[in-house]
Design a protein around this ligand. Structure first.
Ligand code: CP
Length: 340
């Protein structure tokens, strides 16, 4: 585990001679430990680089709702001396078209090919939130929306959550695990469990995909994913994790339980299972190593997670959400340095 001022340990999550220039997935990150450490340094001293982004502007475009991502990204930018401009495109902008060669005789008013270069003139960094439709898996997993912004904006793009991934959340989660894991035996790896939870409506797989992708690439945990049958995620993200349908087996001796609902991937975007037995309770937590409980929020109380867990001493959810600022600040600072 990394701590502030601790020399970097070299793991295989590093790609020497590459720089972070955009932030769409873990594949853009040359050194995960460095990014975690940068986030922790900003947490200790938020204004250490308060002029790094002077006279620079970030445009934060939201095609979908947000609280944490929107506010933490604005605060992170301001801590670096940047101006942050938020635009709720989904509610307040012209309806955008993303398909190439579209005949725009329907509801879309402006093509991303025309809009994105204008954002490129107004801003130095473009940050975007989109969600999947959950109707067509190939369309969602093609990541058309964010790819079109990358193609046409001509400036660095940061994902504020896309159709399949939420990398700022995952970096936050690793920052939170790094700052809280204090093993009695130095060098012991944490056991981290990603546990599916019930929900009343079909949700994207983004947070679960991204968490799995980052924990696997980080490579410093015993990583287990547990979910009901037929809730398998895309193997591109989960490969390397132990996957079980037995939640009790997964929870045994866990140090962290990351709770999240997702809809089905194979028969795309469905709810097959809403068994309340999958909701984490204090009784279930007794099987763990006094595990800390994480969730990206927002959370449906007493559906996804019980009051007793959320209001109890094992919950990390508020600390985790607070750390969104430091993850965003670490990413923006690297992009500012590398795109000078
Ligand atoms: N966790 C998260 O992304 O929260 P918001 O949807 O409120 O931004």
């Amino acid at each position: 585990m990394l701590h502030i001022n601790q020399p970097f340990i070299h793991h295989n999550n590093k790609t020497p001679n590459r720089k972070l220039k955009q932030f769409i997935s873990v594949d853009d990150v040359p050194d995960i430990d460095h990014l975690i450490n940068t986030g922790l340094q900003y947490k200790a001293d938020p204004f250490r680089d308060q002029t790094l982004g002077a006279r620079k502007r970030i445009g934060c475009l939201f095609l979908n709702p947000s609280m944490r991502t929107r506010l933490s990204t604005q605060i992170a930018a301001q801590n670096l001396g940047m101006e942050a401009v938020v635009f709720n495109v989904g509610n307040e902008g012209w309806a955008l078209e993303f398909e190439e060669e579209a005949i725009m005789s329907g509801n879309t008013v402006e093509h991303v090919k025309d809009a994105a270069p204008i954002f490129g003139k107004y801003f130095d960094i473009l940050a975007i939130r989109t969600f999947p439709s959950l109707k067509n898996r190939d369309d969602d997993y093609s990541e058309l929306y964010i790819k079109q912004f990358i193609k046409y904006a001509g400036i660095p793009v940061v994902s504020l959550e896309s159709a399949t991934l939420h990398p700022l959340q995952s970096l936050t989660d690793l920052i939170t695990i790094n700052e809280t894991f204090k093993p009695a035996t130095p060098g012991r790896k944490p056991k981290i469990v990603l546990s599916w939870a019930p929900h009343v409506k079909p949700l994207p797989q983004c947070v679960a995909n991204s968490f799995a992708q980052w924990i696997n690439r980080w490579g410093q945990a015993d990583f287990v994913i547990t979910h009901p049958e037929d809730y398998e995620l895309n193997e591109d993200f989960t490969r390397g994790a132990h996957i079980t349908h037995n939640q009790d087996e997964a929870l045994k001796d866990a140090d962290y339980v990351y709770v999240k609902n997702w809809s089905t991937y194979n028969d795309y975007g469905k709810i097959y299972e809403s068994d309340p037995q999958w909701m984490l309770t204090n009784k279930k937590l007794e099987q763990t190593n006094n595990a800390r409980v994480m969730h990206c929020l927002p959370v449906r109380r007493n559906v996804e997670l019980s009051d007793e867990i959320l209001d109890g001493p094992n919950s990390l959810v508020t600390q985790e959400a607070g750390n969104r600022v430091w993850a965003a600040q670490a990413v923006l600072s690297e992009i500012l340095r590398n795109n000078g």
